[in-house]
Design a protein around this ligand. Structure first.
Ligand code: ZN
Length: 65
């Protein structure tokens, strides 16, 4: 499994398994939280973890139309 690890302080470290349910980004247009399924990006050579942003459903529809 993949997980994220964050050291909060000397005594506390959290590890959270990455699933298709707990990865999110913010819509670059309206700031809405968007759930991300990383499986969709694996194998995509264009994918850039830091440069990629996903539109929410509403904005995605407006951008495409
Ligand atoms: Zn949006």
């Amino acid at each position: 499994m993949f997980y994220v690890k964050e050291t909060l302080n000397d005594a506390l470290e959290i590890k959270t398994e990455i699933t298709d349910e707990n990865v999110f980004c913010r819509c670059p247009r309206c700031g809405t939280e968007v759930k991300v399924d990383l499986n969709e990006f694996f194998g995509d050579e264009e994918f850039d973890l830091f440069a990629t942003a996903l539109y929410c459903d509403d904005c995605g529809r407006k951008v495409r139309s």
